[in-house]
Design a protein around this ligand. Structure first.
Ligand SMILES: Cc1ncc(COP(=O)(O)O)c(C=O)c1O
Length: 417
């Protein structure tokens, strides 16, 4: 009997403990949102669905064979180093390699300005850890990259949107916005931008606006987070200098990733900032993961050093340009006249605007029934607007499926119109 009562009490206690876990979450954890895209991706992975939803590179663009050769050589000759812990900022030779790599883009950096991260997503999180206090304001594009929205919101940032047009963020509205916020006593800290082939809108920030954005940031004592995953994926037009290349005062935190030009599975990216900021972010990184995997750093290092990257990127560009053209041609053929869309000169996305009364959130279920998927545009708008917009990825589906997917999507849109 006693044993029985004891068990009952124990079970009751266990129950209470389970009930209390909710109350134990930190305020930060309560602010975390699951990415809407990640959840949509699951639906879009149902059999037979043609997905324009994810931001995924094409697996045919992964240079598996060359990576295989490099891996065997590394394991044979440098296994002890490749499989060991490494410095938090990254291996010295890799950081030096990056200094030389970004020099080609006009960025003057010393080795102490550079560190490696586990994807640029980690770099965004580290920005949050190091710079964001509850209520700090960050200016972002309307629309902007969802992963940045979620990373910054988790640290309590207040995100204020600045509209984009075909030349990127409207810098003519940016300064007005900053003044307005400052007048209200808000602590404005930084501008977040994806200047080249922006995710999700696919647009490029013009040269004038790059310079203007830097001037505005300098004048108002703000940082610029320059996030450049798509810079190398240019199909046409002359490359524009990065904002970082004009940065004499060390206020730009530049980040780029190997995810779109080599392999996202490596989770490898780098940050170029001034030495002081780098030191602080590296300290923050110490408690996150001790170091970026040494193994993938070395693979990327030899991939570039052997000259493979120079030959590989043009091949990806050719493939993605072809896919973009197939998508744009199909849209021209099937989409109703009342839709507008961007014609990106690079990157991975086309941005679509439907007539105002159409909700792409409500339309999503119809699309899944027709076996086609996209990401609704509201997810990328920090002000809750953009419900009539959507993002289409053209890099992941096969050439044959792009046209069929657009045909299905056009049917869904026409039914709504
Ligand atoms: C603008 C932008 N920033 C950062 C990332 C994250 O990239 P990574 O794979 O390096 O974490 C992405 C990925 O899609 C992106 O589009």
């Amino acid at each position: 009997m006693l044993a029985f009562v004891g068990k009952e009490i124990l079970n009751a206690m266990r129950y209470r403990v389970e009930m209390n876990i909710e109350g134990l979450y930190s305020e930060r954890a309560n602010k975390m949102r699951s990415s809407e895209i990640r959840e949509l991706l699951e639906l879009s992975q149902q059999p037979g669905v043609i997905s324009f939803a994810g931001g995924l590179p094409n697996p045919d663009a992964f240079p598996s064979q060359q990576i295989g050769e490099i891996v065997s050589r590394i394991l044979k000759e440098e296994g002890g180093k490749a499989l060991q812990y490494g410095p938090t900022a990254g291996l010295r030779e890799v950081r030096e390699g990056i200094v030389n790599y970004v020099k080609k883009e006009g960025i003057k950096a010393k080795i102490d300005d550079v560190f490696l991260t586990v994807g640029s997503q980690q770099a965004l999180d580290l920005v949050g850890r190091v710079f964001i206090d509850e209520g700090d304001v960050i200016l972002v594009g309307l629309p902007t990259y969802l992963g940045a929205i979620n990373a910054f919101l988790a640290y309590g940032a207040k995100l204020v949107g600045v509209p984009l047009d075909e030349n990127g963020m409207r810098t003519d509205l940016l300064e007005e916005k900053i003044k307005e916020l400052k007048d209200k006593g808000e602590k404005v800290k930084m501008i977040y931008t994806v200047p080249t082939f922006q995710n999700p809108a696919g647009v490029e920030l013009s040269l004038e606006r790059r310079k203007e954005m830097l001037e505005i940031a300098e004048k108002h004592g703000l940082l610029i987070i320059e996030d450049e995953p798509y810079r190398s994926l240019r199909f046409e037009g002359e490359p524009l200098p990065s904002i970082k290349s004009f940065d004499e005062n060390g206020i730009v935190i530049y980040m780029a990733t190997f995810s779109k030009i080599l392999a996202p599975g490596f989770r490898l990216a780098y940050v170029v900032a001034n030495e002081e900021i780098t030191r602080k972010m590296v300290i923050a990184k110490q408690s996150v993961d001790l170091c970026t995997p040494t193994f993938t750093q070395l693979i990327a290092y030899y991939y570039i050093r052997n000259g493979y990257m120079e030959r590989h990127v043009p091949r990806i560009i050719e493939m993605y340009k072809r896919k973009r053209d197939i998508m744009l041609d199909a849209m021209e053929k099937y989409f109703p006249d009342s839709c507008k869309w961007t014609k990106p000169r690079g990157g991975m996305f086309v941005w679509v605007e439907l007539p105002k009364h159409i909700s792409t959130i409500e339309m999503f279920q119809d699309a899944i029934k027709e076996k086609v998927a996209y990401v609704h545009g509201k997810a990328f708008h920090v002000d809750g607007s953009g419900e009539n917009t959507m993002r289409l990825n053209f890099t992941n589906p096969s050439d044959e499926l792009i046209e069929e997917g657009i045909r299905r999507l056009a049917k869904v849109i026409k039914a709504r119109i």
